[in-house]
Design a protein around this ligand. Structure first.
Ligand code: SF4
Length: 319
């Protein structure tokens, strides 16, 4: 795959403001996690072997055309999107969501061989589907204590592996997928994690969301936006999924819609930003629209607020 470091490329694409955002974007994979202490007490150590690069789009002609000002000015983008993102950054500035302390970036052991680190990334992503971050995190601690390498997992029988991961969602299926995937890594990739979305998606139990997140966290390459249930829900509430305003039915369709307009320098940041926002404020049920800084800009928030006002008026009328 052809890769291009993003600095010069994105300067022309989105202007110096976005470049500066990219340069200051978090490098969560560089943080350190000790396996034996509670998340709040973890000591942070700079890890420097994962640098974030952006994969050049397959259609280079088209990508270069995207940098053209005229083409950019014609591109559909949702109203107030920059302000909304700034507001979310403000609401997320305390970094107090589960994903900030127990997300998949926090699960791998730092200081291990790069290929082992990448294996930890992949396994934490496989465990995380349909599972809360805290449960994924604690399961990863157990696995690391047991020994989390390609060889050690292949030597572990299914019953023992099941005992180790039984708190995560769909653990029986995950035992099967982890074993099959690990055997493929051993046989086909010299016990390492493959370095392309296509190859990652060919592994049992790995889909596009996981593949893009794995490329970022394991290899430091941004290939696409990782769209999970939070990113999917919030993008639809904000009507960020297309000019027509029709909701997208699947996270994969949301990913395609977002990638159509969101400047590439923000692809790295947006997953983590929205996941934490979805865990704390824009929750699946009972989102905190009343206190959300975007409630005047968000179509869903406006609806919720006007409904609340009507209910309040009715309540007063009855008194
Ligand atoms: S106003 Fe409500 S629905 Fe809209 S982004 Fe904020 S919390 Fe989510």
């Amino acid at each position: 795959m052809r890769l291009q470091h993003c600095a010069v490329y994105f300067h022309s694409l989105a202007g110096s403001r976005l470049l500066s955002l990219l340069m200051t974007s978090r490098h969560k994979a560089a943080d350190s996690v000790s396996t034996s202490v509670a998340p709040a007490k973890r000591k942070k150590i700079q890890r420097n072997h994962v640098h974030i690069n952006y994969e050049k789009p397959a259609n280079v002609q088209e990508a270069e055309h995207c940098c053209n000002d005229a083409s950019e000015s014609e591109r559909w983008r949702p109203a107030n999107w920059e302000k909304i993102i700034d507001n979310i950054r403000e609401m997320r500035k305390n970094k107090d969501a589960p994903v900030d302390n127990m997300g998949c970036d926090e699960c791998p052991d730092k200081g291990v061989e790069p290929e082992v680190y990448r294996y930890h990334v992949l396994i934490s992503l496989m465990l995380s589907s349909q599972t809360k971050d805290a449960v994924t995190y604690s399961t990863m601690q157990k696995l690391k204590e047991h020994g989390l390498t390609v060889d050690s997992i292949l030597q572990t029988d299914d019953g023992t592996l099941g005992e180790l991961i039984r708190e995560v969602g769909f653990w029986k299926t995950k035992v099967k997928y982890i074993k099959m995937t690990t055997q493929i890594l051993k046989d086909k990739y010299c016990s390492d994690v493959p370095k392309s979305v296509e190859e990652l998606c060919s592994l049992p139990g790995v889909g596009p969301k996981m593949a893009h997140l794995c490329m970022r966290s394991a290899w430091g390459v941004i290939t696409g936006i990782g769209v999970d249930t939070h990113v999917h829900r919030i993008s639809n509430r904000l009507q960020w999924v297309g000019k027509a305003g029709a909701p997208t039915k699947t996270p994969e369709k949301t990913r395609v819609a977002l990638e159509d307009w969101l400047p590439r320098p923000l692809w790295d940041e947006v997953n983590h930003l929205l996941v934490g926002f979805g865990q704390t404020i824009c929750r699946p049920v009972n989102p905190l629209c009343g206190t959300c800084l975007n409630n005047e800009l968000c179509p869903e928030g406006k609806k919720v607020l006007s409904r609340d006002k009507k209910t309040e008026k009715k309540g007063k009328g009855k008194k």
